[in-house]
Design a protein around this ligand. Structure first.
Ligand code: GDP
Ligand code: ZN
Length: 433
């Protein structure tokens, strides 16, 4: 057994603490409610907390926007009765007046390093929970596929939102989570509805793809292994500059880019060798493909197997066709010839689609427009793998490698050690030409 939220304290600006709020023991409490003074409602102090547990108490800030309560359908009501509701204090809490309150909360959990966006990983009773992966998020509710293949509509435990920092959404598509399924008793009145559950813990993320918007990081998908940058050899015409842009975004996210050039049936593949060679020399994997002739599809299938992939690339290059070709179960809509929609969608909500042969793929309009994402001009050079080794070799320490004299990058281009097209691509992305 384990319990986590030890209590809520409210602190004024002078540091005075009040422990006067009710708090609900979120899990495993045999006696139902416990209060902030750590008495359960049977009056037995501490009886519902596991004191032997070598827990770490961590003080965390409340997020300011915590006034909304999380609930869906009959689930939350049922769990109120079972002592799962851990948010009762929030609705009545007032901030302001003479004494500006800063709200702190003590949780028991593990401190994590910050690379993964997490500060604290709350302790949970792992034996009673199911491990799964978030397929998509709709507002306060997420669809989680558990490792045994079932899908649950889940709300998120309030404490996870508390632990969420400014820069981090509590739950995003692709997250590995532990959920508590609603019991048969809870589901008695609503068997026709999908299975429900509550996300109790979000595991540290191995990677995130995030978009900066208004100085805030908006995480779109977590735990992806690779970005499949899909381009077409023709129709639409190959645009290496767009490929470079998408590589930059993948590099920025720390996710491996793989370059997939489709529709090679429309050209002589030898024409692509110089371009493919430049990317391969930089260590990027390049796949030449054709849905039409079937060329390379076995490789593409292998590339996706048991991986979590994001698909990026402009409209009409054949992303849906490629995915349908390797997994007919997913049935993505393929545009009629000449009817490909151009940049019409702006939504960035991501959905993880499970592949029948193992692995996931994210293919959504927001991810497709990967190449349109913001990149800070000063960061561009460092994200060009081939240019980066020349960074400190120029005469001027702040060289932008454009108009400056004695520029090591320009020198290397002149000598043919750096690809001219890549250098021009750098200039156009860096200076927005
Ligand atoms: P998406 O917008 O990137 O998902 O592209 P679609 O999968 O909708 O494909 C756009 C068009 O390209 C459709 O008309 C497909 O039939 C066509 N297409 C897809 N792959 C190939 C290919 O390998 N060769 C040729 N010639 N056409 C293709
Ligand atoms: Zn330079």
């Amino acid at each position: 057994m384990s319990s986590h939220v030890l209590g809520v304290s409210v602190q004024c600006g002078l540091g005075h603490e009040r422990l006067d709020r009710s708090e609900t023991c979120p899990i495993s409490c045999p006696n139902g409610l416990a209060t902030a003074s750590m008495r359960c409602n049977n009056g037995s102090p501490d009886s519902c907390y596991n004191e032997a547990m070598p827990a770490k108490k961590v003080r965390v800030d409340f997020r300011k926007n915590r006034s909304e309560r999380t609930r869906i359908g009959g689930w939350t009501r049922k769990f109120n009765e079972h002592g799962f509701e851990e948010e009762s204090e929030v609705a009545n809490e007032r901030i302001g007046g003479k004494c500006e309150l800063s709200r702190k909360r003590t949780v028991v959990g593990e401190l994590t390093d910050n690379n993964t966006d997490f500060d604290v990983l709350p302790d949970v009773d792992t034996e009673r929970l199911l491990a799964g992966r978030v397929l998509r998020v709709h507002g306060v509710s997420s669809v989680v596929q558990t490792d045994d293949g079932r899908q649950f509509h889940c709300v998120t435990r309030r404490i996870l939102k508390t632990l969420a920092t400014e820069q981090r959404q509590p739950v995003v598509t692709g997250d590995r989570v532990l959920i508590r399924p609603a019991s048969a008793e809870d589901r008695r009145h609503c068997r026709h509805l999908p299975e429900e559950g509550m996300i109790e813990r979000v595991e540290p993320r191995t990677s995130t793809i995030a978009r900066m918007s208004k100085q805030r990081k908006h995480v779109i998908v977590a735990n992806v292994d690779q970005v499949l940058i899909v381009a077409s050899a023709a129709e639409p015409v190959l645009k290496p500059n767009l490929i470079d842009r998408m590589i930059l975004t993948a590099e920025q996210s720390g996710v491996r880019p793989v370059i997939c050039i489709n529709k090679i049936d429309l050209i002589d593949p030898a024409e692509l060798q110089p371009l493919a060679g430049v990317y391969a020399q930089m260590g990027y994997k390049v796949l030449l493909l054709s849905v039409e002739s079937g060329f390379g599809l076995k490789h593409f299938h292998r590339l996706l197997t048991n991986q979590s992939s994001v698909v990026a690339g402009q409209s009409g290059v054949g992303k849906s066709s490629l995915l349908n070709a390797v997994d007919p179960h997913i049935q993505l809509r393929v545009a009629e010839i000449g009817n490909a929609q151009k940049g019409k969608h702006t939504t960035t909500t991501a959905e993880l689609i499970q592949l029948s042969f193992g692995g996931y793929v994210v293919d959504t309009p927001g991810m497709r427009q990967f190449m349109l994402w913001d990149i800070i001009p000063e960061e561009v050079f460092g994200l060009f793998r081939d240019l980066r080794p020349y960074e400190n070799r120029c005469h001027f320490p702040d060289c932008t490698h454009s108009h400056e004299e004695n520029c090591a990058v320009k020198f290397a281009v002149g000598e043919g050690r750096l690809d001219l097209r890549r250098y021009e691509s750098y200039l156009s992305i860096r200076f927005g030409q």
